[in-house]
Design a protein around this ligand. Sequence first.
Ligand code: PCA
Length: 325
Amino acid sequence: MKKLTSLLAATALTAAAAAPAMAEKWDMPMAYSASNFHSATGAEFAKCVTTGTGGDIEIVTHPSGSLFKGADIKRAIQTGQAPIGERLLSGHQNENALFGFDSIPFLATSFDDSNKLWEAAKPSIEKLLAEQNLTLLYAVPWPPQGLYFKDEVNSVADMEGIKFRSYNNATSRLAELTGMLPVTIEAAEISQAFATGVADSMVSSGSTGYDRKVWESLNYFYEVDAWLPRNYVMVNSDVWAGVSDANKNVIKGCAELAEYAGNWRAKEYTGFTLQGLRDGGMTVGPASEQMTNELKEIGVIMTNEWLEAAGDEGKAIVDAFNSSQ
Ligand code: PCA
């Protein structure tokens, strides 16, 4: 009998050793609508990881701020309430000016330049995130930012007193410097905000205007190409440390693919969504020469303010970007 018991115990042990690691489910909060290209990229990344790890790690995406609202996603991951998630990088500019490197007006205004700027900034951003218990997996830019208005606007003077929806410090500052009244609202909630008159303008991509059907409330989109802000996917560093080397490699590979696919989608989506705004009835085109020049002057003020706030490390990023030109 004793022999049988120990035999059974030994068999059980062998079985345990041979069994695959316990499958884990990773909930992945995302701030933007499921139809948005960032969310589509995230969903493919999740599938890639689930398949590639043979189901050891199943990632389930939760778009539209449905699990955590955009502003709460980073904290949720830092504190382990969610293992992984996506957020707008410049949304953290209020914590550290460096996070706002991609929202400096007229510094990097094309996809190519935006990627050069990202290469220059990436080591600083990875370090900042690591200090906060976060590991960067991939980052993808939004299309160029333009200005949305309800009524026609031809100069900065025309903007005086307009209620303006902002999404980070830079957009709030832009509103202040143009005499508008900033109110911070997540992209997931802007349709409502415009419909109820909480805001009548914003700076954003054609993509977000298209996703949120803003033509129901707004009539003008000016292609200002002010900057290309970036979303990034982060994982909690303690969770990351617990992942096997083999699965880490799978996740890194999926992240690289996602970054590539996301960049490609962002470019494709730019023209498609601007046409979508036109089809919705909006007037889409460049800003007047006067408005462009006045915005450039405001850009100089904002650039200097950012350089002051971001110190030597910020200056080094801008210098490295300029010398890569
Ligand atoms: N869409 C996001 C950030 C930048 C963009 O194009 C938003 O409007 O919140």
